[in-house]
Every structure is written in structure tokens, then in C-alpha cells.
Design a protein around this ligand. Structure first.
Ligand SMILES: N[C@@H](CCC(=O)N[C@@H](CS)C(=O)NCC(=O)O)C(=O)O
Length: 244
């Protein structure tokens, strides 16, 4: 039995839902509202995920956290439809894309979307003092410190520009790679494509136009079309907020 604790619009949750759909695995949904109800900070959830974030997978009583680790776990455990290259070098390169998705893309997209998306959403729901109290509850010391700093000082234009440049570099890397092969880790669709795809949708949703200018990066535009036309992508994105 597989249970996924996830939030409908979270990029990391979407990675896992795409993987589950690619493999045709049945799963039970446990929606964790990370925005209005802050269910990710409830003690019972933090027992499962000590970082207080989504997603979390529970499989036959075993708890797995971190979206990149979850998607590899799913691929290892349900290998019938494989999502990793056969060749071990290509597999290593695939893992590098997973790292890039987390360490370069997720990290910087959070900086860029702070003023645009995060602040208006939070200010509509909570006063500044309430937001401070929420952040203090975050079980991750790193996250607590950086988010409290952002709450006090905001994200400067300089920080936003720096993060945007790092994201532009990833998009250039993607364009170069797709000049060599149809998919990020070679000739077949893999976890590398799954790990990056939800961020491309996020760039589009946030109107980050220079990143998704497909005239400038045509190979990436074609790749992005191919990903969106997959049934797994459509299934993952069809999951909507159950609380509205
Ligand atoms: N490295 C983690 C990151 C998880 C993460 O940051 N999840 C976000 C949603 S994409 C979250 O739960 N945010 C809630 C919060 O930080 O309060 C992973 O890949 O699973």
C-alpha cells in the first residue's frame, strides 16, 4: 500500500505524481494543506517528515522523504516501466539533473517567486506577526533562519537578479543538452525530465518570460511540448485542491 502526502500545486509533489502516473501505480492521496491550514507543521506530520515539507511517501509502513529520493525509490521498487538510463554513466548524469533541480532550480525559484507570489499570498492570509509565529514553528533550522530573514528584510532586487541568472544558466544547460539528445538523460524520458518539468510550468505560471522564451531556446520548447503531451503529466496536473 502506497500513501502520498502531498500538496496539489507543489512542484516537488508534482514530480512524484508524474512518476506514479508513468508507472501506473495505484496510490492513496493524503492532501497536506501547506498554505492555509499549515498541516505540514502539525506534530503528527512532522513525525513523518522532520523537515515539515511535502511530499512524503509511505510504502508498506516505510517512510520516504525528499522528492528526488522518492522518485528513485519508486523506480527501484517498481522497475517494470523503467525511468533510469541503462548505462551507468548516463544514470550518473541523470542524478546530476536531480541535484540541479533541487540545488539550483528549486532554491532559486523560491528566491524569485518570494516577492511575486509568496508575499501577496501570505499577506492576504496572515498578519506579519502571525507569519513570524508560523515560521518559528518550522522544524528545519536552516529554513527557519532564511525565511525569518526574508520576512524581516524581504528579497532585494539584487538577490532576485542573481537568482534569475542562475535559473537562466540552467535553461541554457537544458538547451545545450537537448541539442545532443531528445531527453535530458539520453534517448528516453527519465527521472531527469520529471525532476525539471514542474519548474518549467512554475516559470510559465509566474510569468518569468525570459526563462521560457522558446524562440531563444527552441529545443527546450519542443521538449517542453513533448512533456506536456504525456498522459502522466496531464494526470499529475489534473490533481486539484480538494479544499475548494
Ligand atoms: N527538498 C525537498 C523540498 C520540499 C519542499 O520544499 N516542499 C515545499 C513545497 S514544494 C513545502 O512543503 N513547503 C512548505 C513550507 O516550506 O512550509 C523535496 O524535494 O522534497
Amino acid at each position: 500500500m502506497l500513501t502520498l502526502y502531498h500538496f496539489w500545486s507543489s512542484t516537488c509533489s508534482r514530480k512524484v505524481r508524474i512518476t506514479l502516473a508513468e508507472k501506473g501505480i495505484e496510490w492513496e492521496s493524503h492532501h497536506i494543506d501547506i498554505v492555509t491550514k499549515l498541516e505540514n507543521l502539525e506534530p503528527d506530520y512532522v513525525k513523518l517528515n522532520p523537515n515539515g515539507v511535502v511530499p512524503t511517501l509511505v510504502h508498506d509502513g516505510n517512510v520516504i522523504i525528499e522528492s528526488n529520493i522518492i522518485i528513485e525509490y519508486l523506480d527501484d521498487t517498481f522497475p517494470e516501466i523503467g525511468l533510469k538510463p541503462e548505462d551507468t554513466y548516463q544514470r550518473a548524469l541523470m542524478r546530476l539533473w536531480l541535484d540541479t533541480a533541487e540545488l539550483q532550480v528549486h532554491k532559486n525559484v523560491n528566491v524569485v517567486s518570494y516577492n511575486k507570489r509568496h508575499v501577496p499570498r501570505m499577506n492576504k492570509l496572515f498578519s506579519k506577526e502571525e507569519q513570524r509565529k508560523i515560521l518559528v514553528r518550522s522544524p528545519s533550522a536552516d529554513k527557519r533562519a532564511s525565511m525569518l530573514r526574508r520576512l524581516e528584510r524581504g528579497v532585494s532586487e539584487e538577490e532576485e537578479n542573481f537568482a534569475n541568472q542562475r535559473l537562466g544558466e540552467v535553461m541554457d544547460k537544458i538547451e545545450n543538452k537537448l541539442g545532443e539528445s531528445d531527453w535530458l538523460a539520453g534517448d528516453s524520458f527519465s527521472l531527469a525530465d520529471i525532476a525539471i518539468a514542474p519548474f518549467i510550468e512554475r516559470f510559465e505560471a509566474n510569468g518569468m518570460e525570459t526563462l521560457v522564451d522558446w524562440d531563444k531556446r527552441p529545443k527546450s520548447g519542443e521538449w517542453w511540448e513533448r512533456i506536456q503531451s504525456r498522459e502522466s503529466y496531464q494526470t499529475a496536473y489534473a490533481f486539484q485542491n480538494p479544499n475548494v
